[in-house]
Design a binder for this molecule. Sequence first.
Ligand SMILES: Cc1cc2nc3c(=O)[nH]c(=O)nc-3n(C[C@H](O)[C@H](O)[C@H](O)COP(=O)(O)OP(=O)(O)OC[C@H]3O[C@@H](n4cnc5c(N)ncnc54)[C@H](O)[C@@H]3O)c2cc1C
Ligand SMILES: *[C@@H]1O[C@H](CO)[C@@H](O)[C@H](O)[C@H]1NC(C)=O
Ligand SMILES: *[C@@H]1O[C@H](CO)[C@@H](O)[C@H](O)[C@H]1NC(C)=O
Ligand SMILES: *[C@@H]1O[C@H](CO)[C@@H](O)[C@H](O)[C@H]1NC(C)=O
Ligand SMILES: *[C@@H]1O[C@H](CO)[C@@H](O)[C@H](O)[C@H]1NC(C)=O
Length: 496
Amino acid sequence: MPSKKLLYLIYIYFIIASISKATDELEEIARVGIIGAGIGGTSAAYFLRDLFGDKVLIDIFEKQHVGGRLAPVTIGGHNYNAGGTIIHPANLYMLNFTDILGLECDAHPEPGRLGIWNGEEVMFSTSDYLPVTLAKMFWRYGMDAYNIKNWVQENTLACMTNLYKFQRDGHAFSSVEDLLNAMCPHLVDFTRLSIRDLFKKDGFSDRFIDEFVYGALRINYGQTSGIHALVGSVSMAGVEPGLWNVVGGNQQVPQGLLRKSGANLIRGKVTTVSLSSDESPPVYQIDYLPGTSTNKDDINSKEYDIVIVATPLYKGVSNIKFEDFQKDIEPVHYDFHLTVASFIEGLPNSSYFGFDSVDSLPSCMMTTNESLFFNSLSKQKPVSGKTAEKPVYRIFSNKVLKVDELKQLIPEWSDLKVVSWMAYPEYPSSLKNLPSFTLHEQMYHINAIEMAASAMEMSVIGAKNVALLAYYRYTGQYDKIDELLTNDSSSEKTEL
Ligand SMILES: Cc1cc2nc3c(=O)[nH]c(=O)nc-3n(C[C@H](O)[C@H](O)[C@H](O)COP(=O)(O)OP(=O)(O)OC[C@H]3O[C@@H](n4cnc5c(N)ncnc54)[C@H](O)[C@@H]3O)c2cc1C
Ligand SMILES: *[C@@H]1O[C@H](CO)[C@@H](O)[C@H](O)[C@H]1NC(C)=O
Ligand SMILES: *[C@@H]1O[C@H](CO)[C@@H](O)[C@H](O)[C@H]1NC(C)=O
Ligand SMILES: *[C@@H]1O[C@H](CO)[C@@H](O)[C@H](O)[C@H]1NC(C)=O
Ligand SMILES: *[C@@H]1O[C@H](CO)[C@@H](O)[C@H](O)[C@H]1NC(C)=O
């Protein structure tokens, strides 16, 4: 029960909050440094521009290319998405950006037929005719085939609806846990058990879990049904109908957001972030090697009021040092999963899978056998939306494949491109701690959200939250932060 004293404090708090600066009265121009120009960093720039108007100067540092894990690969004269490919119809930010930027959606590349291969036989495959597919699914998986759709709707998509509503209303959260809690409290529980255990608990059969769920996990995250249930349920949304990608390539979204935000792109690699003044408000210094230089003598520095880290802080993906902070900045460290995408122009050996012709072979083959050398084989459609003259297949694997391994699946080819990604976290079955978005008073980490689940839309959600946090702290509107956490337990929570 709130005491009189507490009510009084809240009262004072509101008075202070109401005399805080609002955007149009901002005298100073906020200086923001964003590290990483993937979809996370560029959407953060876009949201910051929206919040601050012309009272913000945004620099985005990028060591490789704008778009990050959204990048094209050219094979046989056509472009394909080499990294992040499919977008769910309920991913409203990606949908809105596509619209705002005047880009077009294309129905999922080769929806075609889906098959599940266990290393010895195709245990299940869909048909070109929906009624046949439904009958086959029912035959093999019983009511699970039907229940999964409702399960995904109730357990993840409904939570997304909550999120879009509270983010539109401007609510922001200091930590990933609090954000998930506000979406749906059960999402936090989902990070503490494996998708296998959750689905078993919710009554799905072993067969459905070992085949359908596992097959989807291998194609979407290259991992097993031992990964935590939150990322596991995001993976299930990735085999739903209605999936799409952006005509011309998904990387156009970050490129367009960068332009629209009016941020300055600084090509170079950030080496260190340090605190150059620990007075309040703090001032940060970003040190970077311009261009592709590796010579330490070339290091430049710039100062910022707000720093946004928009890349995973995994060693090998990004080795940014944090120096001169009173307290060590310790982002949660986690391993990253290697996913190799081999794009091949050629025809698969249909008899490898026991089919007598390529036409009868499912265009997307998922696998359920950990000792296989590949995770999936699927026919790709060029991002232009046109049909390629010669078919192109993509093989996902957890290592670089040898020529004889490739030849088992595709005996001959006229072109081959191999892209290796440090793709997404290596997910444990239970997360002890969900990382915080807040690394320091005005320093944030968007990719903290990737431990919950890695997807384009997740990075945008993190970016929106971080942009709001930065804006509210800069303008002194502290009441807007963690406001939805009205419980006593959470009001005791300290930030950092
Ligand atoms: C093979 C693969 C398939 C995927 N499939 C899908 C899918 O179908 N659907 C989906 O939604 N998601 C998918 N994903 C995930 C999705 O691509 C990512 O979650 C998303 O693109 C991450 O965006 P980001 O901006 O957070 O990070 P990134 O795209 O990694 O951007 C970070 C940027 O920071 C830069 N950077 C890092 N360190 C520094 C530094 N020190 N200085 C300067 N710059 C730095 C990097 O060069 C990079 O450009 C897939 C990912 C992979 C790899
Ligand atoms: C998408 O854009 C429309 C129109 O610009 C807006 O009303 C809606 O709130 C946006 N949705 C999200 C999730 O931002
Ligand atoms: C898994 O694949 C291996 C290697 O191809 C094979 O020997 C094994 O029989 C397969 N297991 C099952 C259950 O099909
Ligand atoms: C295709 O696969 C079958 C079965 O694995 C194999 O016997 C045959 O030699 C392969 N064909 C080619 C052209 O590699
Ligand atoms: C507050 O806690 C109660 C019980 O502990 C719970 O039922 C309720 O949903 C919580 N409210 C919020 C906003 O988290």
